[in-house]
Design a protein around this ligand. Sequence first.
Ligand code: CMC
Length: 388
Amino acid sequence: HGVFTYDPGFMSTASCESQITFIDGNKGILLHRGYPIEELADNADYLETCYLLLYGDLPNAEQKAKFNHSIMHHTMVHQQIHTFFNGFRRDSHPMAIMVAVVGALAAFYHDSLDINDQNHREITAHRLISKMPTIAAMVYKYSIGQPFAYPRNDLDYASNFLHMMFSNPCEEYKVNPVMAAAMDKIFILHADHEQNASTSTVRLTGSTGANPFACISAGIAALWGPAHGGANEAVLSMLEEIGDESNIEAFIERAKDKNDPFRLMGFGHRVYKNYDPRAKVMKAHADEVLKELGQVNDPLLKIAMKLEKIALEDEYFVQKKLYPNVDFYSGILLRAMGIPTSMFTVIFALGRTAGWIAHWKEMIDGDYRIGRPRQLYTGATERQYPKK
Ligand code: CMC
């Protein structure tokens, strides 16, 4: 009692055992349930990846059909949630609304909140994966003052999301299959990443017995920060601020300056000391999709590519092993697809929902106790309240 390991930032503390995701940060390897991320990105779709993360194995045809049907038939949200939206300012940050609405789902779906009931756990997991795209698209529609688009259960997961984002009652909207495939890949590449800050937040929240809607809302809040999921939005703002290739060097110098808080957004990672394998897939994919969408001439893409090249050859970045991470290229891709910058982190949250729930489920299914770190107290010693 009283002797603790002091590990700020959890640089060397494993908080749990897990069978979901393996990372070798020095080699740049990422495996979900044993499958390399590159193979999943090439061959699987997002819902298959969700199934894999949740249940441990890839689904057979029958399991896949059943799972897809369940996910695509929980996509609507309670009509009262539409009313809930009206309380927000239209210029709210989408992540602020996401935190609130996802947390509020517990107020609408009382019938699945018993975490000790296997069926409740199952239905809540499915409901969350199903309803995240609906809520995310509602946030966007609300921000631009358009009516909400109801989900279409006959579409695949990514196409349905694009339909809810971009269709409106006045004209026909056909989902572009290239964009749908790109969105699906973005979801796969964000699906899980072991005990990152938001997933650890979900686990810590869940360890108190809190309901899963509350846990995922806590995860969304943790993801919002620019050191984590907020980085994809920050990368775009940075590229816009750089504005021209001739300014890149100056920004690199700022990133190296210890007295300047500026960091190269989309660079560096706590675990990867090598190229982030997700960034590699994202980059290859961005090239392809930009070509297909006819947007190879995006000046920000050119700045991003040049910036990456200069940083990868710079002594400071080489020595500190700072490589591009997943957020570096995702923004370019999302921008090419017409997704506004303020929605980037929401898309990250959407994809990561699978991982958050898989970790919550793994914890609740197994032995766990409340997460309760200790501290090294460095404050005042006992003193007396001054006599009046
Ligand atoms: N630009 C300039 N210097 C950097 C950067 C950067 N992007 N990242 C790290 N460093 C330096 C840092 O100043 C420190 O230098 P020193 O040892 O001289 O003090 C050294 O590299 C180690 O950095 P750290 O902050 O101690 O490392 P960390 O593991 O605590 O932080 C990180 C990891 C991702 C928060 C950090 O690299 C960072 O802030 N990157 C920019 C934000 C970003 O792209 N985040 C997305 C992460 S990946 C996806 C996700 O999780 O959402």
